[in-house]
Design a protein around this ligand. Structure first.
Ligand code: PLP
Length: 386
């Protein structure tokens, strides 16, 4: 049975170029960039080169790029680091639909008595920039995701960034975005967004897991979360994962260069998939921004199928050869309905019916036909059994 993988927002297949580079480095000499001998100097060169490539891909300076152990760590370093650096009482403004790696640190800050304001979203899953700006005055940090991992809604980053820049300097917070799902899918515009901090993850763009990037605008002060050697400007101490970073940097570079192509291709396929699904499954609705909206990720479809539990459907689809998610992959083992769908105003039953289909670089026309076929058969079977 040919299986179809449409869960690219959870993780992506390793790109062949990245796999080759990782294999090459794994069979080479040991790589500790802090060592002064020849192997160490080579490791330092590899690390410097990776930083240069990521900086160029993101339109940043080399010393603005910090390598981390993934998107989760980058988010923690930004949110906890920025707020704690400002001392007691410093406030965080974020939204109710953020990834758990933002909502978790937000809860931790609240437990430390930092005020936290979580801005609501509309029925498409987007926060209103004005509501964010209203809460932002005098806060230490505003953190709004660039693209939602479950429904694909894009955050109004440029409007928020512009509004924040108009606040008097003493009342102007730092601006962070979780751009993990945006990279390679929509343009990443650090300058236009006016962000001070932005998080990325290599495994969402064909790189290895456990490699992330925190963009930190020059002069942005963060309190370190861990302590040790001085690596990554003292903010991410520990011997660097050189091979992973080199592979991750290559994946990020390629994803940024191919973004327009990726978006065009996945947009065509996701539209075709939605049209097919709509005509074959009567009770299906598309959650998040409309299919033609410029405010959605091109690769992500979040469907709600009446009378079906998304998690049960995921298992049935898996047995039939189609790999997708119910809500976010991180939450799909949990009995709770998706916090994103609840925030968008769905009741618990409909929020449990959410099915996330996310396309990727390797998705082709055959995958779409097969996915439709499996969805149609599985869903009619699910209805007969319920
Ligand atoms: N932020 C978003 C929006 C994500 O979708 C994810 C992963 O699912 C993360 C952060 C965490 O990234 P990582 O898996 O690299 O820790």
């Amino acid at each position: 049975m040919r299986r179809v993988y449409l869960d690219h927002n959870a993780t992506t297949p390793l790109r062949p170029e990245v796999r080759a580079r990782l294999a090459e480095l794994a069979s080479g000499p040991p790589l500790n960039p802090s060592s002064v001998h020849g192997s160490g100097r080579r490791a330092r060169q590899l690390l410097d080169d990776a930083r240069e490539r990521v900086a160029a891909a993101l339109g940043a300076l080399e010393d603005e790029i910090l390598f981390t152990g993934g998107g989760t760590e980058a988010n923690n370093m930004a949110v906890l680091g920025a707020v704690r650096a400002a001392g007691p009482g410093a406030a965080l403004v974020t939204t109710v639909v953020e990834h758990s790696s933002i909502l978790g640190p937000a809860a931790a800050l609240e437990a430390e008595r930092h005020p936290v304001h979580r801005v609501a979203v509309d029925a498409e899953g987007r926060p209103d920039a004005r509501a964010v700006l209203l809460a932002a005055r005098g806060a230490r940090l505003v953190s709004v995701m660039a693209a939602n991992n479950e429904v694909g809604a894009l955050g109004p980053l440029a409007a928020i960034g512009t509004g924040l820049a108009e606040l008097p300097p003493g009342e102007r917070p730092l601006f962070h975005t979780d751009a993990v799902q945006a990279l390679g899918r929509v343009p990443v515009e650090l300058t236009e967004w006016r962000v001070d901090l932005a998080s990325f993850s290599a495994h969402k763009v064909g790189g290895p897991q456990g490699v992330g990037v925190l963009y930190r605008r020059q002069g942005t002060v963060l309190a370190p979360l861990s302590h040790g050697g001085g690596q990554e400007a003292g903010l991410r101490p520990g011997t660097e994962n050189v091979a992973g970073i080199v592979g991750g940097a290559l994946a990020i570079e390629l994803a940024a260069a191919e973004q327009a192509d990726y978006a065009a291709r996945t947009r065509v396929y996701s539209k075709a998939l939605w049209q097919e699904v709509q005509t074959t499954i009567a009770s299906v609705t598309l959650l998040g921004p409309a299919i033609d909206s410029a405010q959605r990720l091109p690769n992500t479809l979040c469907l709600s199928i009446a009378e079906a539990d998304g998690r049960v459907l995921v298992t049935r689809l898996d047995l039939a050869g189609l790999e997708v998610s119910a809500g976010s992959a991180c939450a799909s083992g949990a009995p709770e309905p998706s916090h994103v769908l609840i925030a968008m105003g769905l009741d618990a039953e409909r929020a449990r019916a959410g099915l996330r289909i996310s396309l990727g670089r390797t998705t082709n026309e055959q995958d779409i036909h097969r996915a439709v076929d499996i969805l149609r058969k599985t869903f009619s079977h699910a209805r007969k059994c319920s």
